[in-house]
Design a protein around this ligand. Structure first.
Ligand code: EPZ
Length: 430
């Protein structure tokens, strides 16, 4: 079992390069199934969630050629199964995108009910409502979702709540339905826009992505394309909050500053300096942060995927902060772990009341999910002494080479697998 061991207390200084957005890449890979022609995808992050989806695509007949560390050529002309049931796909949430992609292209798909991080009750009723509205018949049996239809017909779909996954999934299926579809109360996240742009370069006709009304005119056929995935807003934000917590001066390259606005605004409010350039941001933080109030919201609000990282930083701020998690009800599970490091946080329902402490102290903790795991890494970087983080496979689902990137910024962090390696690290850094 791999772990991170960290000696905290050093500011982060230098430059870090951000990879492609995991959550955009998951949707885009699934959408690549919708053509017989070859698709070239660049800026693909090399993380375990992506590799699990690639494995599933290969198992049903997709042909994948890695032409660079972050580039693949994908050809899905010979898909020979519409029933996807492998261990790899059961682990990830984004398995649901195979449903929208296969249903759109082949009018049928059987996919396991999605797995992914346990951050709350994560229904997919809105996805299924959308598919049904397009004319698909959906059954759930033995843990599998079975979708099929003679013909998908464009429809008017109102999403009862804003869902990134449902918006993208319905958009994919509707791209190859007959006639026009309108999705109202659509999610506006950058990865919704990126997936729409990708589908449009394949010949789809999608308008309005990035607003709350998306209009899709179905086409009969999609074709191959070359596409580069947008930078990962959440990876960038994670490094920004790492600097906020540990202090330092870091330039974060290969980002779209507009996607980081809610994160940058919060960091400025608590006392950091953020300078935006064309495709990079510089963050400088010294001294203690101040307190704040935050509510997670769909884009362009403050992202739920940044909530744990932010709580770790303001957990050492001056005064009392209040954070309300309005998207997922179970996203404060890391608080018990952070308490072992000296944090003073009380969770009541979906609200955390955070009494800022002067600093954290190193401890042995375990990552409960992807973003919470990243938040514990940040806590370790800021803490006095040694922190050991168990269950880092969660972190590796969404962050490529996080320890390598942090080391380049001066952090003392190592990936280890044995107690002996932990002791060796402690000797080396003390
Ligand atoms: C996506 O999950 C991301 N995952 C999540 O990233 C992210 O936290 C989330 O969007 C919100 O931004 C992927 O892209 C693979 P939703 P998704 O549908 O699509 C409710 C990470 O750390 N809802 O936007 O599953 C739902 O319960 C992860 O990278 C329904 O009620 O999220 C939630 O309260 C974790 N019915 C809200 O909508 C549905 O059918 C938003 O969920 C669907 C959702």
């Amino acid at each position: 079992m791999e772990q991170f061991v960290i000696k905290g207390g050093r500011p982060l200084v230098g430059t870090v390069e951000i990879g492609g957005a995991k959550n955009a890449a998951l949707a885009i890979l699934a959408a690549s199934l919708m053509t017989d022609e070859t698709v070239t995808i660049d800026n693909l992050p090399n993380v375990t969630d992506i590799n699990a989806l690639l494995e599933a695509i290969e198992r049903i007949g997709g042909h994948i050629e890695r032409t660079g560390p972050h580039t693949i050529k994908l050809n899905c002309a010979h898909i020979d199964s519409f029933n996807i049931d492998c261990e790899c796909i059961r682990k990830i949430r984004a398995s649901y995108y195979l449903l929208g992609a296969l249903l759109g292209r082949y009018k049928r798909a059987t996919v396991p009910l999605p797995g992914g991080c346990n951050i709350g009750n994560r229904p997919i009723d809105l996805h299924l409502k959308g598919f049904r509205s397009l004319g698909a018949k959906i059954d759930i049996s033995h843990g599998m979702i079975i979708a099929d239809s003679d013909n998908l017909i464009g429809s008017h779909i109102y999403l009862d709540s804003v869902s990134v996954g449902a918006t993208i999934n319905i958009m994919m299926a509707a791209s190859m339905a007959k006639g026009n579809t309108v999705i109202e109360n659509a999610a506006k996240e950058p990865h919704v826009v990126d997936t729409a742009n990708f589908l449009n370069t394949m010949g789809a006709n999608i308008k309005g992505a990035g607003t709350d009304v998306i209009r899709i005119r179905g086409v009969e056929k999609l074709h191959g394309t070359d596409y580069s995935i947008i930078p990962d807003q959440i990876e960038a934000g994670t490094f920004m909050f790492a600097v906020a917590a540990a202090g330092g001066d870091v330039t974060i390259k290969n980002v779209i500053p507009k996607h980081l606005e809610s994160i940058s605004a919060k960091l400025v409010e608590v006392g950091c300096e953020v300078t935006e350039f064309d495709d990079s941001v510089r963050i400088e933080c010294k001294g203690r942060l101040s307190h704040t109030q935050v509510r997670t919201l769909p884009y362009p609000g403050f992202p739920t995927d940044m909530q744990p990282q932010m709580v770790v930083a303001i957990g050492m701020g001056d005064g009392t902060s209040i954070v309300t998690e309005s998207i997922f009800e179970n996203r404060f599970k890391y608080v018990d772990e952070l308490t072992k490091m000296g944090a003073s946080i009380k969770v009541e329902g979906n609200t955390a009341i955070i009494n800022g402490v002067e600093g954290y102290t190193g401890a042995r903790v375990a990552a409960p999910d992807l973003r919470a795991g990243a938040a514990l890494v940040i806590a370790g970087l800021a803490a006095d002494g040694i922190t050991v983080i168990d269950d880092i496979t969660f972190v590796e689902r969404g962050y490529e080479g996080i320890e390598r990137k942090l080391k380049n910024l001066g952090a003392l962090i190592e990936k280890v697998t044995t107690e002996k390696q932990i002791q060796k690290f402690i000797l080396k850094v003390s």
